[in-house]
Write a protein that binds this ligand. Structure first.
Ligand SMILES: NC(=O)c1ccc[n+]([C@@H]2O[C@H](COP(=O)([O-])OP(=O)(O)OC[C@H]3O[C@@H](n4cnc5c(N)ncnc54)[C@H](O)[C@@H]3O)[C@@H](O)[C@H]2O)c1
Length: 419
């Protein structure tokens, strides 16, 4: 058991983590059903392919992640866990996971160097399987020259995008399921999960009123549309910026004002980037912003806001509260949330468990499929439809509601479209 968290021996911290874990697990009934389904598959199969598998995982060390990791431990896997962001690890979850035999190499508030070092060391452990959120671990593993890995997964949009580039360069030598692209992942996790938890992070960091403010959302994809929806729900006037004409049109018809960032910079009180791109808010925008503007990021990497550029412009920097930095620019104040890192994880606790159960059910079922050797080849793969559909139907069951099914007459009609 290895951990760089000095509080590890604190039994109270372990207990706090256990209670948090129980709370998350009790709110992830669909995940419990997916786990039960898997156990019955293993029984039918007569062998547990996950037993003894070495898994390296780079995930946000949260209570929900602990539910996935504990399930894998229960299935006999050996796990090394590192953070997927230097600011997103919860100390009590590190303590709890370490107490159940997971090798956790993370701490809250890592430096960039510590974070990279932990990822590189996990990559060198010759894992059989890799679970990732942002592709940092896959990229690090690809440089080791090791051939141990038989497959992996990635949780997020930015990770899948990077993996495709890795595959094009011939450096992805095993199959990776793009969990983000399962319908039961991005429709719910990216939109409703990030929508709610970004507002949660914004509120915890600022403790300000949202109603009546102008919130500028950069990017109207799955994440941005959820953030815009929830900001409007709290009473904000929302402006959307986009580079994709179809998405811009969608935002317009959903009742949002669409502007360029240059124009929106003059109008906004709060700016949230949700693009997966780099330098979306930069020097010329900071210069146009009104005094008191708050700037934060809900995309995966801390590249969306030119944080270095902001500090170069500023003549005075002050930490106002945890997760809120005031930068004085030409006599006006610009407030930066969580150093430009993903605000819903750095200032809040990430997505609610009810959402993460969808994402992690996909993860669990995909990992089993890889461990069982059902996927050969290499490159980025779609989550099989049968897994996506299974997660949806188990989730309906967990939420205790039923839907109609086609009658035989309707099935026949759908096949022929004749009376
Ligand atoms: N915070 C979280 O918990 C969380 C959860 C899921 C995904 N993510 C991350 O959020 C980011 C967005 O994910 P998504 O699923 O919404 O992706 P997406 O591809 O659906 O949406 C991104 C949108 O941003 C737009 N865009 C790109 N560059 C832009 C620019 N310069 N200005 C304005 N708009 C621009 C694109 O046209 C697209 O519509 C990714 O980095 C993803 O990994 C974060």
């Amino acid at each position: 058991m290895v951990s760089r968290d000095s509080n590890l021996k604190d039994t109270e911290l372990v207990e706090k983590g256990r209670v948090s874990f129980d709370w998350a697990r009790s709110n992830m009934p669909a995940f419990a059903l997916a786990e039960r389904h898997l156990r019955s598959e293993i029984k039918k199969f007569g062998r547990n392919p996950l037993r003894g598998k070495k898994i390296a995982a780079s995930l946000h060390v949260s209570k929900e992640t602990s539910v996935l990791i504990a399930a894998l431990v229960g299935l006999g896997a050996e796990i090394t866990l590192v953070a997927a962001n230097p600011l997103s690890s919860q100390p009590e979850m590190i303590a709890y996971l370490s107490s159940i035999g997971v090798e956790v190499n993370a701490k809250r508030g890592e430096t960039e160097q510590e974070y990279k070092k932990a990822i590189n060391s996990a990559a060198r452990k010759e894992p059989d399987l890799i679970i990732d959120d942002g592709a940092e671990l896959h990229v690090a593993y690809s440089s080791t020259g090791s051939k141990s890995c038989i497959g992996g997964t990635d949780e997020t949009t930015s990770g899948t995008d990077r993996l495709r580039v890795l595959a094009e360069r011939g450096r992805l030598r095993y199959p990776v399921f793009a969990v983000n692209e399962a319908q039961t992942k991005h429709i719910f996790d990216n939109r409703y999960g990030t929508g709610q938890s970004t507002m949660d992070g914004l509120l915890r960091a600022t403790s300000l009123l949202i109603a009546g403010k102008v919130v500028v959302v950069a990017g109207y994809g799955w994440v941005g549309s959820g953030v815009a929806l929830r900001a409007r729900g709290l009473g904000a006037r929302v402006i959307v910026t986009e580079v994709n004409p179809v998405r811009a049109l969608e935002a317009h018809l959903n009742g949002f004002e669409v502007q360029t960032m240059n124009k929106a910079a003059e109008l906004g009180d709060i700016f949230l980037t949700c693009t997966g791109q780099t330098d979306v808010i930069r020097r010329e925008h900071f210069l146009r912003m009104r005094g008191g503007a708050i700037v934060g990021n809900a995309g995966h990497f801390n590249r969306e806001i030119d944080v270095k550029g902001l500090f170069r412009l500023g003549d005075k920097v002050e930490q106002v509260r945890e997760g809120l930095t005031r930068v004085s620019v030409n006599g006006k104040s610009i407030f930066l949330l969580t150093q430009g890192r993903v605000v819903n994880l750095a200032s809040a606790e990430g997505h609610p468990p009810e959402v993460m159960q969808f994402s992690f059910s996909n993860q669990l079922l995909c990992l089993y499929r890889l461990a069982a050797g059902k996927e050969r080849g290499k490159g980025v793969l779609q989550v099989p439809k049968e897994i996506d559909d299974l997660v949806a139907s188990l989730s309906l069951k967990a939420f205790h509601f039923r839907i109609d099914s086609l009658s035989s007459r309707q099935t026949k009609y759908a096949q022929t479209f004749t009376r």
